[in-house]
Design a binder for this molecule. Sequence first.
Ligand code: HEC
Ligand code: HEC
Length: 436
Amino acid sequence: MAVSVLLICCLLAACGRETAPSSPTPATALQPAPVAAASADTAQPAYVGATYAPVPGRTQPSAAQLTEIGRRIFFDSSLSASGKASCASCHDPQHAWGPPNALSVQLGGADGRQEGPRATPSLRYLQTLTAFTEHHHDNDGDDSIDAGPTGGHMWDGRAGSAHEQAGMPLLSPAEMANVSEGDVAAKLSRAPYADEMRKAFGDDVFDSPKAAFKAAGLALEVFQQSPKDFYPFTSKYDAVLRGQAKLSVAEARGLRLFNDENKGNCASCHISQRTQDGAFPLFTDFGLIALAVPRNRTLKANADPQFHDLGLCGPYRTDMKDHPEYCGLFRTPTLRNVAVRQSFFHNGVFHSLEDAIRFYAQRDTSPQRWYARSAKGIVQQYDDLPQQYHANINTEAPFGQKRGGKPALTEAEIRDVAAFLRTLTDADQKNVPVAR
Ligand code: HEC
Ligand code: HEC
């Protein structure tokens, strides 16, 4: 109980902070309730004025109640315009809450046939993801180093929290395609769990579409913090860290290559060591980086040669559009459960784990292998990022060799790294695709 009270308090505090200007998200209509405490002389707690601030005489929903309501909402396809898509259609629990198939991007929208330009990420291991910051300072070791743009939900870090994020798919035309918060609220009020929502949030929760919509967002956020579902830490590698299992010879070689600064150097972004305070690694530092993955010519959006998904500098987030140095940057994803995916990187351009690793090893040594050619037959290196942004592209190991030089990893080493990455799959994941 103490834990749940704490959690709710944190969430309420987070609601209060939504006024922060750092997260302008035009796609959401999640406007915070006016905060009475804004006048400095009457110093009141931050949650005063938040929609779910404690109301005298009304019980607060427990974390367990919110988790169960959130779970019902997550799987409820009646909340989509097509009546067929729920959050789980794209974020499948059998695939680590990521895409269930090998499509580069999942289909949604009113007719269930619209495609957005981005691959669906796994929702596992986001529990410590912080809000987006332009200048990240580590609290492990040397905090004078500016690690650059870090954090935030979505590939471009544009959503401040899972709570704020939840409104986006419900209203996005390419996803669940509701026209308004009121549209969602009306559907919620007819849902089989509407009574549970009344019990948790008050009998009047459906009187205000805004309140009902916000309640759903809160429930979804708390659900996505459920440890058993979203951060179980049950992979073989976790067992190894606990001293309960041993890596095979190939897996151990893969881990060494993954960590070696002169070989894969993967761990410089996909952290593989426990943190100083002993927390298990998440295989991401949540930093935003430009890798220049190839243009995915199968995406409808890319039929227009002028269209570029530039990540942090736009077009889906607009607050950084005047920062050309941020064009091409996307958030480093966790590699936990990466082996259950069948499409890789923000545009889903690759469909095998080995190809994703091979791209790192050979991006600069064999660009002809990865990038399209111009009409004149010239290889267009980094073909999804306009020339003026090429200086943003990361060139540290495993990248940075001369064209025709020696790739950072041999084919045998690529197989070893893949073998290691397969140890990051949680025990409850059965649908692991076979190696290609
Ligand atoms: C049509 C497929 C689709 C549906 C339906 C969908 N999502 Fe997503 N989800 C995505 C895609 C694609 C992204 C990445 C979008 C981006 O980066 O711009 C994403 C991103 C997210 C993220 C951010 C993850 C991260 O790594 O930062 C969360 C959280 C999330 N979705 C939760 C939900 C919830 C909750 C629902 C239901 C209310 C939902 N999604 C419905 C496709 C979908
Ligand atoms: C400089 C930071 C950095 C380094 C080093 C790095 N990665 Fe990544 N990794 C990223 C970023 C950023 C992305 C997402 C990029 C995008 O989609 O545009 C990513 C994505 C991936 C993906 C796709 C995951 C998914 O969910 O689609 C795989 C697989 C991966 N990395 C494996 C590796 C391996 C293996 C290495 C070492 C050979 C490595 N990475 C080195 C930053 C890094």
